[in-house]
Design a protein around this ligand. Structure first.
Ligand code: HEC
Length: 511
């Protein structure tokens, strides 16, 4: 009897204990989904189904589990252990574990009154806070079942020079368009040629485009790039915008309405001009030709840079035979410094990756890369089975090996410019969401952080440049003692975050 009694207690203990460890929708899973998935998975978003409430996620549970444990979602092909970027869309292991435990244990809802509100999205698909100018192509219905490169020219009505600080391209046919490159033309020629074709836009059968400046590119999975405050791309009055759109094959009869939204900075706030360019586009061990049934490795090495550059973003580009692309630079002393690594190239996710701080590349450095191409049947993206020889060129069946950079010419101090607004937010003092106590402040060794009635996710300390110097995510209670004796003397910010996405921050002085 005693034995049975003990087992019952034990069982009850295990039940209570394991139950306590199963996260529920309301206090844990909802915030992970809203923060990492819903921006694309909502009605009108780029993903094919919504993840905007409990029943959406419940209905797609098996697929969600597979996608997050296999690291396919959220999509982020760049290796975070090689280089960190802003808005890094990578789930923490604890988040993947909690989604897994939740799905494998019947997906408890918890107390819905505690669930965060679902985010609200603009149905037009724009993520800009304000839009100063929109330019859209006249609808074009695809006339061919093959690849088509088509050019569209549109007048602007600017009476003065404008400086563009944010560019958002909303592809009309995101599944069909392989890229949309945006330029401006000052000659008016491209617009005149566009008028010669009775349909919207024109292709090489009618003429070629003239361009004066390259402004932006959208590729599948593309995103908005933000420049530092006061940095912009200059567009003179009288410029025509030119879109060069590459439509993939097999979509005759579908209609495209691609548009571009712009945000401007006032002329008197402009400090720096931003440039966009392919700083690397040819292999040193070319030509770029990948024979059928072979794997080939190509490298790029540029001439030493003539100027110091301040790089904001980087965007490598290949087609379907490409399988990995790593970019770094070698400085004048021979040191190799990482720029980006895409270990599993995915044609569908070509983003501009923005550095957390403006990335200073000194003059005299050489940009270098390694690209691997797999033209065998092992490459599941290979458009040809059996494989055929693949040559360099603009079409889907060709390959490319180039890397876009968004940059300005360097000025001292640029490397301290913070581009990651999630770090920026932790460098201001605020107590918006809840209050917490920090003492002693100033502190020498042991810091107490007390926070009641909140389910804590993390306590972190950042320096005045927004760099993380301390973070604790485990064993968080209502009262916490942190050992900070190793921190250098100075001013810091301490941020407490909760599992439902709330945050508060205070200034901290270390003696
Ligand atoms: C940047 C936009 C974006 C984000 C963020 C995103 N998705 Fe997706 N997701 C897509 C698109 C587009 C597709 C369809 C194309 C594809 O499969 O790549 C997709 C497909 C899926 C699929 C079905 C295909 C597959 O690979 O399993 C699942 C499941 C999924 N997403 C779950 C998630 C979850 C869970 C999150 C958050 C942890 C998330 N997604 C975040 C854009 C996104």
């Amino acid at each position: 009897m005693k034995k049975i009694f003990t087992s019952v207690i034990l069982l009850a203990f295990i039940w209570v204990n394991s139950n306590a460890q199963i996260p529920d929708w309301s206090t844990r899973i909802a915030s992970i989904i809203y923060n990492n998935c819903s921006s694309c998975h909502h009605a009108g978003g780029i993903a094919p189904f919504a993840l905007m409430n409990y029943s959406d996620v419940n209905g797609a549970a098996a697929a969600v589990l597979d996608a997050v444990t296999q690291h396919r979602m959220p999509p982020w092909p760049a290796d975070p252990s090689y280089m960190h970027f802003t808005n890094e869309a990578v789930l923490e292991q604890s988040e993947i574990d909690d989604i897994t435990t939740w799905i494998n244990n019947g997906m408890p809802q918890g107390n819905l009154a505690l669930a965060p509100d679902a985010p609200v999205y603009d149905v037009s698909g724009s993520v800009l806070d304000t839009i100063d100018y929109t330019v859209q192509i006249a609808p074009y219905t695809l006339q061919y079942n093959t690849d088509e490169y088509r050019f569209f020219a549109m007048h602007t009505n600017f009476s003065d020079t404008v400086y563009v600080s944010k560019i958002e391209v909303i592809a009309g046919l995101p599944e069909v368009i392989h890229h949309a490159d945006i330029y401006y033309d000052l000659s008016g020629q491209t617009f005149i040629t566009d008028q010669l074709d009775p349909l919207s836009g024109f292709n090489n059968a009618t003429g070629t485009m003239n361009t004066d400046k390259y402004m932006n590119a959208w590729q599948p999975g593309g995103n908005v790039v933000e420049y530092p405050h006061g940095w912009g791309i200059m567009v003179p009055p009288g410029a025509d915008f030119v879109f060069e759109i590459h439509y993939g094959p097999g979509h005759i009869g579908e209609t495209d309405t691609t548009k571009m939204n712009l945000q401007f900075i006032p002329a008197d706030e402009v400090e720096r001009q931003v440039h966009v360019g392919w700083l690397m586009n040819t292999p040193i061990n070319g030509p770029l030709m990948i024979p059928a049934d072979s794997v080939k490795v190509f490298n790029q090495v540029t001439a030493p840079l003539g100027n110091d550059l301040s790089v904001i973003s980087i965007c490598p580009h290949m087609h379907h035979i490409g399988v990995s692309y790593r970019v770094w630079y070698e400085d004048a002393t021979g040191d190799s410094i990482p720029l980006i690594d895409i270990p599993e190239w995915d044609f569908h996710w070509q983003k501009y990756y923005t550095y957390q701080y403006v990335n200073h590349i000194p003059a005299g450095s050489t940009l270098r890369s390694e690209g691997v191409y797999d033209n065998t049947v092992n490459n599941l993206d290979n458009p040809n089975n059996p494989p055929v020889n693949v040559y360099s060129g603009p079409y889907t069946t060709n390959e490319m090996f180039l890397c876009y950079f968004i940059y300005a010419y360097y000025q001292p101090g640029d490397e301290n410019i913070l581009l990651d607004s999630s770090l920026l937010i932790s460098s201001v003092e605020y107590e918006i969401d809840f209050s917490f106590d920090v003492f002693p402040n100033p502190v020498s060794n042991e810091l107490m952080v007390n926070c009641y009635n909140q389910n804590l996710h993390s306590i972190s300390i950042t320096d005045v440049l927004g760099r993380n110097v301390f973070i604790q995510k485990e064993n968080l209670n209502e009262t916490n003692s942190l050992d900070v004796h190793e921190l250098a003397s100075g001013i810091y910010f301490i941020t407490v975050k909760t599992v439902d996405g709330k945050a508060s921050c205070k200034k901290l002085m270390k003696l």
